[in-house]
Design a protein around this ligand. Structure first.
Ligand code: HAM
Length: 421
């Protein structure tokens, strides 16, 4: 127990850190070019934020939240998603008084959901999300979807298709609920208990059920796209025109309703390619009522969240991860304990020149130091000691070609750094 991480959590071990950093660097670069600035919100918030924001009929709120009372008897919840916290920060920071739209992103934000763990489904995962406040036009969703394509395409992922839908607004959605309930009326007793519950509270969510018998019934249900009001229909139409103008492949998918209650109009998902049924790589949409619902001024908004672990699964399964860059370019070996100080100072000098350098800290023999240098794939080994040191020089060995050069100790750090350029 003591040496086992809690179920559904995963360490990022040092040897894998470069994979995360590779993906995260692409995300930061993307966000900067799209005009999004970083936001960091607390890992926990008042439970009410998620009850009001994400919705108390959603699976996330009813079944999956990590909620506890703190020592002051306040109900606290570990963030089960990133949007509600971003909205709370937008309101609390009065960002609505600044130039709008206000675009923000969060990177590698830890998200907690008490789900049944499986490949790609964790109890703690990390999201990159982009949220835009103050833009009511579908250009916002179009630019978010374009950003996702650029990000995933830039990582080498191919054959991406975004599934888009519109789930209407408080004006047209009740009409659809009515129509759906009429269709489901006599069939609901054949559906799963969860759907029977959803029927009363949130019938839209029935469309998302993964149970085979429910899927069969829902297959011929009326489409929400036929019930949209003029405003929602026009918005959705424009979004499609914008995506087509950028040759973004998309599919209309009226079954996408999303697992969170705050969406209005556009919702979208990108599905994982690696055959993991039902797992989305990314999800997002418009949430025009949420800022107001949480106590801010009426502000249209839209965004997406993408799971970093799921991206890494895709990159691994498609062989798209870059090579491990290695931890040490130059290993400074000493020829004996009396050479430990010059080896140490030379290592520091190399680091100052921007070189990834290391030296012995374990009191190892020369042979063991070479073995270590091999293990960490050092490109060069600097050998500190012997006749060379007596002459005021240090020998640098190329570990691949075995070629050796000798540099004066005075200029060796600079010259070694130049070898690596
Ligand atoms: P979500 O679809 O619940 O949306 O999650 C977004 C992404 O997080 C998923 O597509 C997936 O990549 C990843 N993810 C979700 N749950 C897990 C899990 N248990 N294990 C691993 N990865 C997971 C949201 O959270 C919304 N806040 C997205 C959004 C932002 N909508 C508007 N703005």
């Amino acid at each position: 127990m003591l040496t086992q991480a809690p179920k559904g959590t995963k360490d990022m071990l040092p040897q894998d850190a470069y994979q995360w950093q590779y993906v995260e660097a692409k995300m930061r670069d993307l966000a900067a070019r799209w005009g999004y600035r970083e936001v960091r919100t607390p890992v926990f918030e008042h439970t009410e934020l998620f009850q009001r924001g994400v919705g108390d009929t959603s699976d996330i709120v009813t079944k999956e939240m990590y909620t506890f009372l703190d020592k002051g008897e306040r109900s606290i919840t570990l963030k089960p998603e990133g949007t509600a916290g971003a909205v709370r920060a937008f309101i609390e920071g009065k960002l609505y008084n600044e130039a709008l739209p206000c675009k923000m992103y969060y990177l590698a934000a830890p998200i907690f959901r008490y789900e049944k763990p499986q490949a790609g489904r964790l109890r703690e995962h990390h999201q990159f999300g982009m949220e835009c406040f103050g833009g009511k036009e579908p250009t916002v969703e179009a630019e978010l979807i374009c950003a996702l394509f650029e990000l995933l395409g830039g990582l080498g992922l191919k054959n991406l298709s975004v599934h888009i839908n519109s789930i209407g607004c408080p004006e047209c959605r009740p009409r659809y609920h009515q129509k759906l309930k009429e269709y489901l009326g006599e069939r609901i007793s054949d559906m799963c208990p969860t759907c029977q519950e959803r029927f009363a509270k949130n019938p839209l969510r029935i469309l998302d059920c993964k149970e085979e018998k429910c899927k069969q019934i829902v297959k011929d249900a009326p489409s929400i796209l036929d019930c949209l009001c003029d405003d929602c229909a026009g918005h959705f139409e424009k979004l499609q025109t914008l995506l087509a103008a950028r040759n973004i492949p998309f599919a209309l998918d009226p079954r996408i309703v999303r697992g969170l209650d705050y969406y209005t109009k556009t919702v979208f998902e990108i599905i994982m390619q690696s055959g993991r049924e039902g797992l989305a790589l990314c999800g997002g949409g418009r949430y025009d009522k949420l800022v107001e619902e949480l106590g801010g001024p009426a502000t249209p908004a839209a965004g997406f969240g993408i799971g970093i672990e799921r991206i890494l699964i895709e990159l691994t399964s498609q062989g798209l991860l870059p090579e491990n860059p290695g931890i040490t370019d130059v290993y400074v070996a000493n020829l004996g304990a009396d050479m430990a100080v010059p080896a140490f100072t030379f290592t520091q000098a190399l680091r100052e020149k921007g070189v990834k350098a290391d030296c012995d800290v374990c009191g190892r023999s020369l042979k063991a130091q070479f073995k270590f240098a091999d293990k960490v794939n050092a490109k060069y080994v600097a050998i500190m000691g012997g006749d060379e040191y007596a002459r005021g020089t240090v020998k640098i060995r190329n570990m691949q070609t075995r070629e050796e050069v000798e540099f004066s100790l005075e200029t060796a750090a600079e010259e070694t750094a130049a070898l690596l350029k």
